[in-house]
Design a protein around this ligand. Structure first.
Ligand code: FLV
Length: 407
């Protein structure tokens, strides 16, 4: 991108500079809320990268952009697009940067690891892991940090099981993921962590050839042997699934616990009517602002009109799934957490080809956490005043740093 573009847009009063504040609790980014209502297809400049990008906030427009193949992820790679983090999260050749048909080929391999049978086994395993973690929480006694004792280790153990990462290597995974999914760790440490994690998975996949095992590293090794994937694609997939599986669920499920602890009527309702659980989890997914700013853009391959605005070929476009989930044209009273919402077609897992491949596992994990936690600890409550809870800073995915609870 030329410096002319940068200076032009910096001067342009129609480009919103998005400083991306460190928000706390479940607060909704005020700029995002304003853009949804006042400037639904706008242009923004983020703290890193160059120039500006389009930001699409309305539900129907978000779905349109994320489905339409005239918006490309492959064209993003290597461009210094304005963004929240100083680095890109996916590696070169990874699924996040792929378009169909390559993207479809990669996703088909991942789908093998999320078959109905595999998910049933993962649900049983999730309950075992949760039971053990809550035994440990009980032995620890109150007060305790739920992040350290439950919300961090639980999804990490689950995705490691799915992937075939041995238990002893899980702390290493957590450390790399934290550095990669951060805007604040710096480009060098993030790139180093990506490199180290990639080397780890290259080795793990290398050891898994022909083992006949069902974990994902073995499935990826088989796919390489069948020439369905090359090694870089397989490793890129493994890195994104490991990070997404552990990091996204850790934060999202902690935000769910926090939401319930700060909405006692909702919690009481859910405990009185456990059959409500799947619907409650979906409403929490819709309601919780999962991330800061926006993640990975797409590039318009030709001029495309979105919500009445012409986006020129070559421009970068972001969608916000957070604002889509708060669009009053789709969700009545969108700012209210409502477990009785009948129609809830939220896009918390994204939309289109890049829709989260782990959504079923994420739902299972949240359901097991929320159903087991209060059965075991009926008097669970936050142990400190709300303003003393520390929330992650410089984060891409939002969540509490610690969640001190007592019972
Ligand atoms: O938060 C981001 C992110 C998360 C993730 O799990 C995978 C990703 O590729 C990304 C990303 O590209 C940008 C993010 O801000």
């Amino acid at each position: 991108m030329t410096s002319t573009t940068t200076s032009d847009t910096t001067e342009d009063p129609h480009v919103h500079f998005w400083a991306v504040p460190d928000l706390t609790g479940l607060d909704f980014d005020p700029l995002l809320a304003r853009l949804l209502h006042e400037d639904p297809v706008s242009r923004v400049r983020l703290p890193h990268g160059e120039g500006h990008a389009w930001l699409v906030t309305r539900y129907e427009d978000v779905k349109f952009v994320s489905m339409d193949l005239r918006f490309s992820r492959q064209a993003v790679y290597g461009r210094s697009i304005t963004r929240l983090a100083p680095h890109f999260i996916p590696m070169e050749g990874a699924v996040g940067f792929a378009d169909p048909p390559d993207h479809t080929r990669m996703r088909r391999v991942v789908a093998r690891a999320f078959s109905a049978r595999a998910l049933r086994a993962l649900r049983d395993h999730a309950q075992d892991v949760m039971d053990r973690l809550l035994d440990r929480l009980e032995r620890h006694g109150p007060p305790a940090d739920l992040m350290a004792l439950v919300n961090r280790p639980f999804p990490l153990a689950m995705v490691s099981e799915l992937m075939g990462v041995p238990e002893g290597d899980q702390p290493l995974m957590a450390q790399w993921s934290d550095t990669i999914i951060s805007a604040g760790a710096g480009r060098d440490s993030s790139e180093r962590a990506k490199g180290e994690m990639a080397r780890y998975f290259t080795e793990l996949i290398g050891r898994s050839h022909g083992t006949g095992k069902e974990f994902l590293a073995a499935v990826l090794a088989d796919a390489i042997d069948e020439d369905t994937l090359d090694e870089q694609e397989a490793v890129g997939l493994a890195v994104l699934i490991q990070i997404g599986g552990a990091h996204a669920v850790r934060n999202n499920s902690a935000n769910m616990v926090y939401a319930l602890l700060t909405h006692p009527e909702h919690l009481a309702r859910l405990r009185a009517d456990p059959a409500l659980l799947p619907q409650a989890v979906d409403e929490l997914l819709r309601y919780i602002p999962h991330r800061n700013a926006v993640g990975l853009s797409r590039i318009a391959l030709e001029d495309v009109e979105v919500g009445g605005v012409r986006i020129p070929a070559g421009d970068a476009v972001y969608v916000s799934y957070l604002t889509a989930n708060r669009d009053p044209d789709v969700f009545a009273d969108p700012g209210t957490l409502d477990f009785d919402r009948g129609y809830n077609p939220h896009v918390a897992f994204g939309h289109g080809p890049h829709f989260c491949p782990g959504s079923a596992l994420a739902r299972i994990e949240s359901e097991i956490l929320l159903s087991t936690l209060w059965t075991r600890f009926p008097d669970l409550r936050i142990a400190v005043p709300d303003e003393e809870i520390r929330w992650q800073r410089g984060a891409l995915i939002r969540g509490p740093e610690t969640l001190p609870v007592t019972w």
